[in-house]
Design a protein. Structure first.
Length: 300
C-alpha cells in the first residue's frame, strides 16, 4: 500500500511539473511574440539556409522516457481580462481541454468549467463579468458557443445549434453583440454571424456567394459600428482585409490588389486607427505591418 501511494505521488508530481513547465513556456511564448510584433520586419534580410543552422551538442542529453510523454500538458487560447488582472485559458492539466483562469501576477490556476468535451476560444465580456468560449460534442468539431460567469457558475449554451459550427467569439465594445465565424455542417465556407447577447438571436452579417472563400472576424471598431474581417481563398493563396458596416452589412475591401496576394489582419489598435496585418505583396513572404485606415476605404 505504501509503495502504491509513493508511486501515485510520483505520478502526480510529474504531471504537476510538466504542467507548470508548459504554462511557463506559454508565458515565455507570449513575451517573445510581443517582441517579434514590434520588430521592423525582414524586408532587407535573406532567408536562412537550413543547412547552415546547427544546434549545440549536449553530451549529457538522454532520450525522453516514454512514460514521461503521457504527462505532457498543453496551454492555449489565453485571454486577458479587461482589467488585466486575470488570464483565462484552456489547458488539459486535468486530462480534458477545459477552461481555467489564473491571476496575472502568478499563482495556481482555477478551473472554471468541467466537461468531457473540449473548450477553446475563450474571451472576456467588456465588463469582465462573463467569459464565452466554444465547445464541441464528442470531438465532432461542431462547436457551440457557451458562456460562464468569470467568477465561476453554471455554463450556458448560447447558440445550441447541433448542425452548425460556431467559432472564435468576439465581443462588441458595448457587450451587446458577439461576432462568430459560422459554418453549417454541409457547407464549404465560413461566414460571420452576429449573436445578440440579450436575446440569443443570431443574424448573418456576411453572405459569401462563392464556394472557395471564407470569412473570419478580426476586431470591432471602438464605436462598434464596424467589424474588421479577413476574406480568404480556401487554399490560403489569396486574402484581403475588409471593413464591414455592422448596421447594413456593406463591405469595403481595404487591401485590394492584383494577382494572388495574402493580406491577413490579426488585431486593431485601441484607438481604432491601425490594423496589424501580415502581407506577402512586396516580398513574396508574409511580413508584419501596421496599416492605418484612410478615407476612401484604403490602407496606407
Amino acid at each position: 500500500m505504501l509503495a502504491r501511494c509513493r508511486l501515485e505521488n510520483e505520478v502526480t508530481m510529474k504531471s504537476v511539473r510538466s504542467t507548470c513547465l508548459s504554462f511557463l513556456a506559454f508565458l515565455a511564448f507570449l513575451v517573445c511574440s510581443s517582441a517579434v510584433a514590434q520588430s521592423s520586419g525582414p524586408d532587407a534580410r535573406q532567408i536562412s539556409d537550413p543547412k547552415t543552422i546547427t544546434s549545440a551538442s549536449n553530451p549529457n542529453a538522454r532520450p525522453i522516457p516514454i512514460d514521461d510523454l503521457y504527462f505532457t500538458r498543453s496551454v492555449s487560447s489565453a485571454s486577458w481580462s479587461p482589467g488585466g488582472k486575470e488570464i483565462a485559458f484552456t489547458t488539459d492539466i486535468s486530462g480534458r481541454a477545459n477552461l481555467w483562469k489564473v491571476n496575472a501576477d502568478g499563482g495556481w490556476p482555477i478551473q472554471l468549467a468541467q466537461s468531457d468535451e473540449r473548450q477553446y476560444g475563450d474571451t472576456w465580456s467588456p465588463d469582465g463579468k462573463w467569459i464565452v468560449f466554444q465547445q464541441d460534442t464528442g470531438g465532432n468539431e461542431l462547436w457551440d458557443i457557451f458562456a460562464i460567469p468569470s467568477d465561476g457558475g453554471a455554463v450556458i449554451n448560447l447558440s445550441n445549434t447541433p448542425e452548425i459550427r460556431e467559432e472564435s467569439p468576439r465581443w462588441s465594445p458595448d457587450g451587446k453583440t458577439i461576432a462568430l465565424n459560422t459554418k453549417p455542417k454541409e457547407a464549404t465556407v465560413y461566414d460571420i454571424t452576429l449573436l445578440d447577447w440579450a436575446t440569443r438571436k443570431m443574424t448573418p452579417l456576411t453572405h459569401e456567394s462563392t464556394p472557395n472563400h471564407l470569412w473570419q472576424s478580426v476586431a470591432w471598431s471602438p464605436d462598434g459600428k464596424t467589424l474588421y474581417a479577413d476574406r480568404l481563398e480556401v487554399s490560403f493563396a489569396d486574402a484581403d482585409v475588409y471593413a464591414i458596416e455592422v448596421a447594413t452589412g456593406k463591405t469595403t475591401n481595404l487591401t485590394a490588389h492584383q494577382g494572388q496576394v495574402l493580406n491577413i489582419a490579426s488585431s486593431l489598435s485601441k484607438d481604432g486607427k491601425k490594423l496589424l496585418i501580415t502581407s506577402n505583396e512586396k516580398s513574396g513572404y508574409q511580413n508584419v505591418a501596421l496599416h492605418g485606415y484612410q478615407v476612401g476605404g484604403q490602407f496606407g
